[in-house]
Design a binder for this molecule. Structure first.
Ligand code: IPE
Ligand code: IPE
Ligand code: MG
Length: 232
């Protein structure tokens, strides 16, 4: 059994590689996303086991709206099914689910299910907060926060800390960000929140990412010296 991380941390994951996984198996792209959802479940379970406080998953970016309609439709359907299948169990396990981003275009059924998932898991003392970025882009989040500040006409000085509250993403700094699929980029994920995050890039395609590999990422993180610019 891998070592358990002792303290709660905020982990973000760019879940990349579903398309390549499907192609390598001569399956449809949607089957790749379906396999990716199975990995989500495994990683949620492992996060609870490691007492991770918050897990923020990048499920769909603003840029992903440019993908074929059929793929987007497939993702919407999988999302609805996953909520139906998994929310009761996740709630039982103490998982609180939040979605954020511009996900309206997934349609009214998806919106209804997202609201159901959030309302139904609105537990007081969750074991894990699971944030799902859907139709999210870091840059537009920052720009819309700036516009909110301008429009509010408020005169109080904005601080680095208070700026978070104007962002749509309901999350603070990430301690660790993992990207699967081999590419070393952020792809417009949580730009403001990633300022001092430890970044880990792994080759494994998301559907093949295992609990063991995730646990080894967490262990790598706790062995990392974080000095935040100071001489320590
Ligand atoms: C990530 O996997 C999931 C989404 C962006 C929705 P991809 O679909 O980007 O997989 P690759 O990068 O094509 O393999
Ligand atoms: C990033 O993956 C977005 C998600 C995982 C949701 P993409 O496959 O869309 O990003 P690029 O095209 O490699 O930058
Ligand atoms: Mg990709």
């Amino acid at each position: 059994m891998p070592k358990i991380v002792p303290k709660p941390i905020h982990v973000g994951i760019i879940m990349d590689g579903n398309g390549r996984w499907a192609r390598s198996k001569k399956l449809s792209t949607t089957s790749g996303h379906e396999a990716g959802i199975k990995t989500v479940r495994l990683i949620v379970e492992e996060s609870i086991r490691h007492s991770i406080a918050s897990l923020t998953l990048y499920a769909f970016s603003t840029e992903n709206w440019q993908r074929p309609k059929s793929e987007i439709l497939g993702i919407g359907k999988l999302l609805i099914q996953a909520i139906k299948d998994q929310v009761p169990e996740l709630k039982e396990e103490g998982v609180k689910i939040n979605f954020f981003g511009q996900y309206k275009k997934f349609g009214s059924h998806a919106l209804k299910m997202i609201k159901f998932a959030e309302d139904d898991t609105n537990i007081k003392k969750p074991k894990l907060i699971l944030n799902i970025a859907l139709g999210y882009g870091g840059r537009s989040d920052i720009v819309s926060a700036v516009n909110k500040i301008i429009n509010s006409k408020q005169t109080k000085k904005i601080t680095e800390s208070s700026f978070f509250s104007y962002l749509d993403a309901p999350v603070r700094e990430l301690d660790l960000m993992i990207r699967t699929g081999g590419d070393k980029r952020i792809s417009n994920f949580l730009l403001y929140q990633l300022a001092y995050t430890e970044l880990l890039f792994v080759e494994t395609l998301w559907p093949n990412f295992s609990q063991t590999e995730y646990a080894s990422c967490l262990n790598k993180f706790i062995r990392t010296k974080r000095s935040f610019g100071k001489r320590i």
